[in-house]
Design a protein around this ligand. Structure first.
Ligand SMILES: O=C(CO)[C@H](O)[C@H](O)COP(=O)(O)O
Length: 290
């Protein structure tokens, strides 16, 4: 029963997100990974009238989902450097009040971040379990993609940063050893205390610099990213694509490398069948069950 509720919530959120953000005249659309994205692709398929749209996957599973729907995948690195995706859809493991996300539950965080950053707008789709005021409330760990040889040193550094028991993720069949990502890297799952938002820090709820083991989302992500051997961190924070573009327009060449990785909107399928949308501008919209 709970499972049916969760799947209906995912489908409702995906259908609404596609209705609001998928333009059938788009050229390039990013498609994330996980179970929720399957409903996004299903909804896109229903609306797609343009066979020339190309879909950019975030890994093996995502590519399979695109192909099974009869849509055309294109690798991210086949695109011209200056081309942006019109939109990218993806799921998340947890999303906070500021639209910061934890991703990487399915081990695809590196390519997911590349695709989110390449999109004019990244739209996140999730069910009600993922909606939490602060990250690391319900979802227990930060997924971190690392080079295999760096595992002992990264585990050691994470403990020093305040993660009590970071672990190397294994395959479901534990005896098969560590799970390998699409890059042939490994994943470390690191628990931390519940993360502060930037608003928490601004209002004096803590420095968020790791003192007493308490981190703010962006500061923790930045510190982990500096560890040698870390390819990417499963925290999507900072600017979103629309804000990043505004910075580029205002400041020109000096900041052309600025890219957004946060969603512009998150669609949550709720238990009562409605869909709640958190927008980057702080507004909340509700679509009642159809
Ligand atoms: O980040 C991801 C994979 O690395 C997924 O988007 C995330 O785990 C959500 O998955 P699901 O839709 O199955 O709950």
């Amino acid at each position: 029963m709970a499972d049916t509720l969760i799947e209906s919530a995912k489908r409702a959120a995906a259908t609404q997100a596609v209705k609001d953000h998928y333009d059938p005249s788009a050229s390039y659309v990013g498609i994330g990974s996980g179970t929720t994205i399957v409903y996004v692709v299903e909804a896109i398929k229903e609306r797609s009238t343009n066979p020339s749209i190309l879909f950019v996957p975030t890994g093996y599973q995502s590519r399979q989902v695109i192909k099974s729907a009869g849509l055309t995948p294109i690798a991210l690195d086949s695109l011209p450097e200056d081309v942006l995706l019109d939109v990218a859809f993806d799921g998340a493991d947890e999303v906070d009040d500021e639209l910061n996300c934890i991703k990487g539950g399915g081990a695809c965080l590196f390519q997911e971040k590349l695709v989110a950053e390449k999109a004019k707008k990244f739209v996140c789709v999730a069910d009600y379990r993922k909606k939490q005021a602060r990250l690391l409330t319900n979802w227990p760990t930060i997924p971190i993609e690392v080079a295999p040889i760096s595992v002992p040193s990264v585990l050691h550094a994470l403990r020093a940063l305040g993660s009590p028991s970071p672990v190397l993720r294994t395959t479901l069949l534990e005896k098969s050893g560590p799970l390998k990502t699409d890059q042939d890297f490994f994943i470390i799952d690191a628990p931390f205390k519940t993360l502060l938002t930037t608003a928490d820090v601004a209002s004096g709820k803590g420095k968020g610099d790791g003192s007493n083991g308490v981190w703010e989302v962006t500061q923790l992500s930045a510190v982990i990213k500096t560890l040698t051997g870390v390819l990417e961190v499963g925290i999507f924070s900072g600017l979103n694509g629309v804000d990043a573009e505004a910075v580029r327009e205002k400041e020109g060449a000096r900041t052309t490398v600025t890219s957004g990785q946060k969603p512009v909107a998150v669609y949550f399928g709720m238990q009562d069948g409605s869909v709640e949308v958190l927008d980057a501008d702080g507004s909340v919209k509700k679509y009642e069950k159809e």
